[in-house]
Ligand binder design. Structure first.
Ligand SMILES: NC(=O)c1ccc[n+]([C@@H]2O[C@H](COP(=O)([O-])OP(=O)(O)OC[C@H]3O[C@@H](n4cnc5c(N)ncnc54)[C@H](O)[C@@H]3O)[C@@H](O)[C@H]2O)c1
Length: 336
């Protein structure tokens, strides 16, 4: 099959990585064009990839008619640019979060369905090999029932992110990972959020999520921690898994002797600890290969627009809970 004609819109920190990875997949993709109003970034991306440079996304779409488009612009611009790209006939992957609000995201999902185009969202952590291995192990029932999850995503403030707060920018990663790992949706949330540095949005957040089938999750995200940490603990009946997203490691702390009394676990003791060997893989490459593969084979997208909508509905509910100081109950997710 001929390589798919691709374009990248938005050439900042994340867009430069999309350009690097797509330009390195010549058997699958021809990176035909790139767009960004920032002249220096545009020149650099075009020089490195050989793609045609456009300052304006609409002009690129009109002139090049790419078959696939990845959108790496600031979050508040996602919906408008994705709409243009879908209407031009492209299959689209939008960086996370899919839009700035669940309403915008729902409109985009409906448009993609009406246009018959794939719309995927870049929830990249599903493609972290440690998360993929954890999903496989949880799916096999190795750990037994999941009781609680704790996700921590903290570090210094990335000065380029000015348009949304820490819930929508950072916590959406973990919200999506939790939905993916638990295969379940969120029923109720409670959050506290604060603002400590000079932006218009919250930069410190702690949230509790109650999943419909019972597990509880604790999410922490902030831009105020001098050491970067992205970690996950999944406590199950038979032990606890820990993931270090950055190091791509997965460890299992086995519950050695949960003594059953009348069928109930009666105690928990420390058992063996196993660090599973996981070959390193760049998550962005895995994500883009999965997207291109889905387009070539006619779908479904690796992480769907519906997943993007649901992550945003939960993020919006967390932000609302933090604003009103009360738990927020979510309506059941619409059937896919
Ligand atoms: N998946 C991940 O792990 C991950 C990591 C970082 C950022 N992101 C997401 O990627 C998006 C971009 O983040 P970033 O950190 O690269 O930001 P950035 O500020 O570094 O880059 C954004 C770029 O978009 C350009 N731009 C703005 N409006 C545009 C338009 N109308 N048309 C074309 N280009 C336009 C800007 O000039 C800039 O070069 C955000 O939505 C963010 O949430 C995802």
């Amino acid at each position: 099959m001929a390589p798919l004609r691709a374009a990248v819109i938005g050439l900042g920190s994340m867009g430069a990585n999309h350009v690097r990875v797509l330009a390195d997949m010549p058997e699958l993709v021809e990176l035909a064009a790139v767009a960004d109003p920032d002249e220096a970034r545009l020149r650099q991306a075009a020089r490195r990839s050989g793609a045609l440079p456009y300052r304006d996304a609409a002009e690129l779409l009109e002139a090049v008619r790419p078959e696939i488009v990845t959108i790496c612009t600031p979050t508040r611009t996602h919906a408008a640019i994705a709409e243009l790209a879908l209407r031009s006939g492209a299959h689209v992957l939008v960086e996370k979060p899919i839009a700035a609000s669940a309403e915008d995201a729902e409109r985009l999902a409906a448009l993609a369905a009406a246009e018959g185009r794939l719309l995927a969202v870049g929830h990249i952590e599903r493609f972290n090999p440690a998360v993929a291995e954890l999903a496989r192990r949880l799916g096999s029932g190795e750990g037994g029932r999941i009781l609680q999850v704790h996700a921590r995503r903290v570090g210094p403030f990335p000065h380029r992110i000015r348009d949304v707060g820490v819930i929508h920018d950072l916590a959406t990663h973990d919200i999506d990972v939790l939905r993916f790992l638990l295969g379940d949706d969120v029923e109720r949330v409670y959050a506290e959020a604060q603002r400590h540095i000079a932006t218009e949005h919250d930069d410190l957040f702690v949230g509790v999520l109650h999943f419909r089938r019972g597990p509880i999750a604790l999410l922490e995200a902030n831009w105020l921690t001098p050491a970067k940490e992205r970690s996950l603990r999944v406590l199950c009946e038979r032990g606890m898994y820990t993931v270090d997203y950055l190091a791509q490691t997965l460890t299992f702390y086995e519950n050695h002797a949960a003594v059953a009394r009348e069928g109930q676990p009666a105690s928990v003791t420390e058992g063996p600890m196993t660090r599973y060997p996981i070959p390193y893989r760049e998550p962005l490459r895995a994500e883009l290969e999965a997207f291109v593969g889905a387009v070539a084979e006619g779908g479904p997208p690796p992480v769907s627009a519906a997943d993007g909508v649901e992550a945003l509905r939960i993020a919006d509910a967390l932000a609302r809970s933090a604003a009103v100081g009360q738990p927020v109950t979510l309506a059941a997710a619409p059937a896919p």
